[in-house]
Design a protein around this ligand. Structure first.
Ligand code: MN
Length: 440
């Protein structure tokens, strides 16, 4: 007894105006179609193909039946395009997986035409089952291109096989043993053109809910460009064969499952290929830490490329805070300093440091109206250099003291009543100037 659980998501992407992709999920049949053709061609082709596939498979729900259903869908799309000049040239890719019962055993039948893909995720390892029917892929097979070159090759979108473009079509078919815990990913090229297989595997490894995983994959493809329609179907084998080394698997009994041949390199399209879940676990299941790491990578993937990590951000915040504090201190030091200077023979109170401090230049705060002739000449030299004061108030007092000093020197009689001792030696308050003056 095999039980499947699935999820799917589709998105137009960021560049295309319509979504010509189509996904279906039924209890035992899952498919992705990527339609192509001008006008409404692409949408019509994928819809016709998927509907015809579902109907035909329903009549004959076997592996062979699934393959036949694809052939039938091809005929439906082809005839529809011949009957409607507007739709001529339309076609679609189609990849589908179905749970069928053959000889009393549950089997997953998988078919493909075109460059949509099916992957199997088994014990933390992702394997592409299908072969792209594209010019670039053929060139890889003949050795004209490397995989990396093919991924960006301008001909990667040119299909060598599609559904509905000719009277007949060759269908690739696989029969696979459903192993509990395995996931199957069906997707259009809008996913695989944006994400690497490692990025896809990270999501499959870390997000157990198939619906959430499908949505996350589509979102990630959008974040990474979304240059095409994106469609994802994920099918999980919830109940199935145990992939346990000690338990004898059906694969050992049924010759169909005896040995998994290498994935369809140079696969003859008219034959039915077979891959089987290898009964022995070649790899230990990913550990907890690895799963957690994969989860983090998956989350990052969905958010898109991040330029700064949390740690860098924290560092930058601290750096800015330190700089801000330093600036504040400098500014405080500057704005809490005053001096009296001379400008055009007038005594002026400045805020700031004499000669400026760092990039702060002294700011004129107040013109006193007192000229150099109003103060004793012996103060002129220090005044021209700038006499520091701690506040505007003390600067004013200093200036008025200078004026008083000059007046008392010139005109002692003007001073008020003799009862009050005249400040004959009234010394300016500012200490540095006073000592200097006194020393002269
Ligand atoms: Mn596409």
């Amino acid at each position: 007894m095999t039980l499947l659980r699935s999820g799917s998501a589709t998105d137009t992407g960021l560049v295309r105006s319509v979504n010509q992709d189509l996904a279906i999920e039924t209890s035992n049949l899952f498919a992705v179609a990527d339609g192509m053709g001008g006008h409404a061609g692409g949408e019509v082709a994928s819809r016709l193909a998927v509907d015809a596939l579902t109907a035909a498979f329903g009549r004959q729900p076997t592996g062979f039946g699934l393959s036949e259903a694809v052939t039938e869908a091809n005929g439906v799309v082809w005839h529809h395009s011949q009957d409607n000049p507007d739709l001529r040239g339309m076609g679609t890719t189609l990849t589908a997986v179905a749970l069928v019962n053959e000889d009393g055993r549950d089997v997953l039948a998988l078919v493909n035409v075109g460059d949509s893909r099916s992957y199997r995720f088994h014990e933390g390892e992702i394997t592409q089952i299908t072969t792209d029917h594209s010019l670039a892929e053929e060139m890889v097979r003949t050795g004209e291109l490397t995989e990396a070159e093919a991924a960006v090759h301008p001909h990667r979108h040119i299909l060598t096989r599609a559904l509905g473009v000719a009277t007949d079509v060759a269908v690739d078919l696989w029969r696979i043993q459903p192993v509990r815990g395995d996931r199957y990913l069906l997707c259009s090229d809008g996913l695989t053109n944006e994400l690497t297989v490692e990025q896809i595997a990270d999501v499959l490894a870390s997000v157990s809910d198939p619906q959430k995983a499908a949505e996350l994959l589509v979102q990630a493809a959008r974040t990474h460009g979304g240059s095409d329609n994106i469609t994802v179907v994920i099918v999980d084998v919830v109940v199935g064969e145990d992939d346990d080394e000690s338990a004898p698997t059906v694969a050992a009994v049924n010759s169909d499952f005896a040995k998994p041949p290498p994935l369809p390199q140079g696969f003859s399209p008219t034959e039915a290929g077979v891959i089987a879940a290898s009964p022995a676990a070649e790899k230990a299941p990913p550990g907890r830490r690895e799963r957690r790491r994969a989860k983090r990578r998956a989350k990052r993937l969905a958010r898109g490329r991040r330029l700064i990590t949390f740690r860098t951000l924290l560092f930058l915040i601290l750096l800015v805070a330190v700089l801000a504090a330093a600036l504040f201190a400098v500014r405080w030091y500057d704005t809490n300093s005053y001096f009296v200077g001379v400008k055009n023979n007038e005594l002026v109170i400045y805020q700031g440091r004499v000669g400026g401090f760092l990039w702060y230049h002294p700011v004129e705060v107040e013109r006193t109206g007192v000229t150099t002739s109003d103060v004793p000449s012996l103060y002129l030299e220090p005044l021209k250099a700038g006499v520091e004061e701690s506040s505007v108030g003390s600067a004013r007092t200093y200036v008025s003291n200078l004026v008083n000093d000059k007046q008392s020197q010139q005109n002692p009689a003007v001073l008020p009543t003799t009862s009050v001792p005249a400040p004959t030696t009234s010394t300016p308050r500012a200490a540095p100037t006073t000592t200097k003056a006194g020393g002269t």
